[in-house]
Ligand binder design. Structure first.
Ligand code: IMP
Length: 202
């Protein structure tokens, strides 16, 4: 697992002056590091599933950027599907109470699954998803997450591979959003808190 301490000493980490980056305070994981880790993970998956045809399941919408990059970097045949779930909570904190908005389009009994997650925060969303999929009797499930937050109170949930461990901060970019914005940033960034803090009442 690659480590990042979020330090901002490199000139390359300066936030570009462009409209999609408005409100971004600092770049936590630059595009170059994401590309490198995607290649490493793709090689690992190639090796693990060399004699199989895994089904890669992307959790919409946050996992889309990561999943498409990983699947393109893989050299073995891989099938894909998506699930969309919405977790109730505030805009920056999930509650673990989950509703399925889009289910898989196929039977997964006996299949080898690779779940691609954008970020494991409390772990509650992933736990719900794993419980649901396990009841459908797949052969096995591997969880690959782009990000995992350092959290003392996080649930103990199965995550087999994490691309980057990050500090417990709200992040956006490379698929992750705040209020449906910032998903198309090519890097992972920390927002200026003024973007999501409530406006002062008069
Ligand atoms: P959990 O249930 O607390 O692990 O939250 C998981 C989901 O909440 C992720 O799949 C994201 O959609 C969302 N989420 C959690 N932390 C962040 C963040 O820092 N930025 C953007 N979305 C986040």
């Amino acid at each position: 697992m690659a480590q990042t301490d979020g330090s901002d000493t490199n000139q390359e980490l300066a936030v570009p002056a462009e409209a999609r980056a408005e409100g971004v305070a600092k770049i936590l994981i630059p595009e170059r590091d994401l590309k490198h880790e995607v290649q490493v993970i793709a090689r690992e998956l190639d090796e693990e599933y060399r004699d199989d045809r895994p089904l890669m399941i992307g959790v919409l919408k946050g996992a889309v950027a990561f999943m498409t990059d990983v699947m393109k970097a893989m050299t073995i045949p891989v099938e894909i599907d998506f699930m969309a779930i919405s977790s109730y909570g505030t805009s920056t904190q999930s509650s673990g109470v989950v509703r399925i908005l889009k289910d898989l389009g196929q039977d997964i009994e006996g299949r080898r699954l690779i779940i691609i997650e954008d970020i494991v925060d409390s772990g509650l969303t992933l736990q719900y998803l794993l419980d649901l999929l396990k009841r459908r009797n797949p052969k096995d499930i591997r969880v690959v997450a782009l990000l995992k937050k350092h959290k003392v109170d996080a649930a103990t949930v199965q995550v087999d591979r994490v691309a980057f461990e990050i500090p417990d901060e709200f992040v956006v970019g490379y698929g992750l959003d705040y209020a449906e914005t910032y998903r198309n940033l090519p890097y992972v960034a920390v927002l200026d808190p003024s973007v999501y803090s409530e406006p002062e009442e008069d």
